[in-house]
Design a protein around this ligand. Sequence first.
Ligand SMILES: [Zn+2]
Length: 306
Amino acid sequence: MKLSLLIAVLGIGCCALASASEPVWVQDLNVLADDMMEGREVGSKGSKRSREYLIQRYAEIGIEPLPALNNYGQPFSAIRKNKPLAGTNVVGQLKGELERYIIVSAHYDHIGRKGRRIFNGADDNASGVAAMLYLAAQSQQSGRQCHQVFLASDAEEHGLLGARAFVASDVVAAKSIFVNLNLDMLSQPGGRKEVLVSGNLSHPAFNGLIKDIELASNMPMIATDEKRRVGRYPSLTDRRKVSDHAAFAEQGIPFLFLGVGRHNYYHTPRDTASRVNQSFYGETVAIAWQYLQKLDALCAQAAEQP
Ligand SMILES: [Zn+2]
């Protein structure tokens, strides 16, 4: 299915990209991290191809465009290092019953190519985007209480520009956003089996929620908001600022950020689909779905309070 869609979208001949027996999130990751996408650098042909693929997947899943936007694309422009930069987020929603929003985000851009070397960005962050698509499909099947917006952001690698443009645009009013669930790098344990979770201090209920999921999933969850050395990160890295959730945090919006942290393939041409740890990735995708369900329940509780 995904392979035929890719062939339709890209007009390519054939290949051994995805096999139908693989889980859907692996199929989506394989497409986004394929050489055809050329590392998904903002403004590139590969970026446009990735976006076309994402728009097809959004429509297929039943995600609707936001009323404030005409379609799934949210173009934005910015100045970066004294040069103009134009990017496009892919945004849509699944409506719930309550007038509060959960924004699930994952950046689809990566750092492109240097000469003939393609930086495929399989873990960073085809893995987060593919997980987000799975969450949307699951939510579409099982229902939800709060509205859910799915933000595949552009130009994260240039300073969280797409996420900042989304927050600044007010297409969803900041005051009606309950939480941002940000997914960035979920498929590469790099020798450790653990998930780093930031934002645990951004809402009083989050430490308990993280503990519950840790117990149920048997996956170590390393909460990172307290100042201490985490994993292979040097002590100075503040995980609250390293990805798109920071754009929400700056507006005082609670957030949870799931990711594995730096590993040996990070921002190298070796971050390829073939190096993804599929069994670990299957676990983190299931865990991300647990987070979204629990956040929806918390969101509904919060919406009922005056
Ligand atoms: Zn990333």
